[in-house]
Write a protein that binds this ligand. Structure first.
Ligand SMILES: NC(=O)c1ccc[n+]([C@@H]2O[C@H](COP(=O)([O-])OP(=O)(O)OC[C@H]3O[C@@H](n4cnc5c(N)ncnc54)[C@H](O)[C@@H]3O)[C@@H](O)[C@H]2O)c1
Length: 269
């Protein structure tokens, strides 16, 4: 009998992962159970195609072997005990909750295989990057199965330590928001030098899309691509002198990731 996959919290990220699993046929909707009082659109689609929508942990099928924890980290303390009691033996817990440490997961689910993973929202279109950490003693077949599940939404990177997952969260987990904010900032700056709002928004958006596509398609490094835009003594150089100054974008980005890392650590306390 095929195992049941359980998703606890099927909002933006849980939904993106479940959509990747269904699209890549790794999981059949009929082998999926979802616990979420207000499921997102991807989960609703799965439920319409046969996934079980459970009202509570008591309904968890006995053959549930893989559990994706994708609720907000603040919810975890209030549900961990009840969930642990409802699960069988030999389960795999994949948590994508920001800041909830591997140790906290081990304490909550003794005996389970624990994977802590950090995806990002481009997962929704198969362009995500997910870093994960797992017990070094985990058998290679299990690790491969985990990589396949996480790889349904994009690239996968295994990292060594739990603390590095907090750093990953600050870089690629939250990172899409930094890029969207860059798009907002460029559009605002464009308006401030006289462009109409709709033109400003379009130019900023297409510039980010085009530059990202070029980065993906090209063999060149970001540094080489930047240099290709920059004529010595030209307009780009004038702008980069501001952005690359000691108190420029590098410094700002460092402060941003340090703040995100600190917040992730607070969830672990
Ligand atoms: N959004 C991101 O970019 C991102 C990236 C990586 C990791 N994460 C992590 O993913 C998790 C979910 O984030 P999200 O952005 O998808 O949030 P979300 O709000 O979109 O999804 C959370 C879901 O949990 C559901 N929920 C609330 N109470 C519940 C309960 N008692 N039982 C089951 N489900 C319940 C909500 O209805 C909602 O659908 C968080 O822990 C976050 O740290 C998010």
């Amino acid at each position: 009998m095929a195992q049941t996959y359980l998703i606890v919290g099927a909002g933006n990220m849980g939904g993106a992962l479940l959509s990747g699993w269904l699209k890549s046929s790794l999981v059949n909707a009929r082998n999926l159970a979802i616990i979420d009082p207000n499921p997102g659109i991807e989960a609703v689609y799965a439920i319409e195609r046969g996934a079980k929508h459970l009202a509570d942990f008591d309904g968890i099928p006995r053959n549930t072997k893989t559990i994706l924890l994708a609720v907000k980290p603040q919810m975890f303390p209030q549900m961990r005990r009840q969930l642990a009691e409802a699960l069988g033996e030999d389960v795999l817990i994949i948590s994508i909750m920001a800041g909830i440490s591997t140790q906290a997961l081990k304490d909550a689910f003794p005996g389970a295989d624990i994977v802590r993973a950090m995806p990002n929202t481009p997962a929704a279109i198969g362009k995500g990057v997910t870093a994960f950490t797992a017990d070094p003693a985990l058998k290679s077949e299990k690790v491969e199965a985990i990589k396949t599940l996480l790889g349904a939404t994009g690239k996968v990177i295994r990292i060594e330590t739990d603390e590095q997952i907090n750093a990953v969260t600050a870089v690629s987990g939250s990172g899409p928001a930094y890029i969207f904010n860059l798009c907002e900032a460029l559009a605002k700056a464009a308006q401030s030098i006289g462009l109409p709002p709709d033109v400003a928004a379009q130019l900023a958006r297409e510039t980010i899309i085009g530059a990202s596509a070029l980065l993906e398609a090209s063999d060149q490094s970001p540094t080489e691509l930047r240099e290709a835009v920059t004529s010595p003594g030209g307009t780009t150089q004038a702008a980069l002198d501001v952005l690359m100054a000691d108190d420029g974008q590098g410094q700002l980005m460092r402060r941003a990731v340090v703040a995100a890392l600190a917040r992730a650590r607070e969830f672990s306390e």
